[in-house]
Design a protein around this ligand. Structure first.
Ligand code: GAR
Length: 204
């Protein structure tokens, strides 16, 4: 399975995917990393590991749809089976999502449907929940509304700050994302309506 990772920043989730791939555990090849930020550490990580990196500057395109069209053309040209959003901080247009129907997944730092959108960890702290976590889901046209593939739960402590909570969640993100990609690559993730079933056996 050929995958592309889209990231806007630090790229620690990208790194977790790369590490898993290099250990031979991902069952998939990361063939490209794309970013909307020229200085994204994610692009540097890609280059360091011999993965083709693409910086696509949004300013060069008149609107979101045209930008997404250009990104989509690259992804089609390099023939990717799965697109993993890993801290990609741009909303994708409905056209893009439909073009890669059920082939885009995202990782989000909360137990969706709680706390979608930006600053999920701060939202959880402000709300006063005792548990939060992370979610990997298929991307649909809404913001963090697509079918949920897998989640991990993280406790929230009284003395947590956004930083301490984010770090605890991130640790679980780094475990969850490679696991989910592997399950998809093994054909074990089945979408039925908005429910996702994980098969016990690998499908070849
Ligand atoms: C991660 O915590 C990811 O869940 C979050 O951004 C961070 C990226 O970190 N994504 C979102 O909030 C998307 N709505 P990373 O660049 O180190 O992987």
């Amino acid at each position: 399975m050929r995958i592309a990772v889209m990231a806007s920043g630090r790229g620690s989730n990208l790194q977790a995917l790369i590490d898993s791939m290099e250990k031979g555990e991902l069952c998939a090849e990361i063939v490209a990393v794309l970013s909307n930020k020229e200085d994204a550490l994610a692009l540097e990580r890609a280059r360091k590991h011999g993965i083709k990196d693409y910086f696509i500057p949004p300013e060069r395109y008149p609107d979101r749809e045209t930008y997404d069209m250009a990104v989509g053309d690259i992804l089609e040209k390099i023939n990717v089976d799965l697109i993993c959003l890993a801290g990609f901080m741009r909303i994708l247009s409905e056209k893009f999502v439909n073009r890669f129907h059920n082939r885009i997944i995202n990782i989000h730092p909360s137990l969706l449907p709680a706390f979608p959108g930006l600053n999920a960890q701060k939202q959880a702290l402000d709300y006063g929940v005792k548990y939060t976590g992370c979610t990997v889901h298929f991307v649909d046209a809404g913001v963090d509304t697509g079918p949920i593939i897998a989640q991990r739960v993280v406790p929230v402590y009284d003395d947590d700050t956004v930083e301490s909570l984010s770090a605890r969640i991130l640790e679980q993100e780094h475990r969850l994302y490679p696991q989910v990609v592997r399950l998809i690559a093994q054909g074990r993730v089945v979408l039925q309506g908005r429910k996702v079933r994980i098969l016990k056996e690998e499908v070849r």
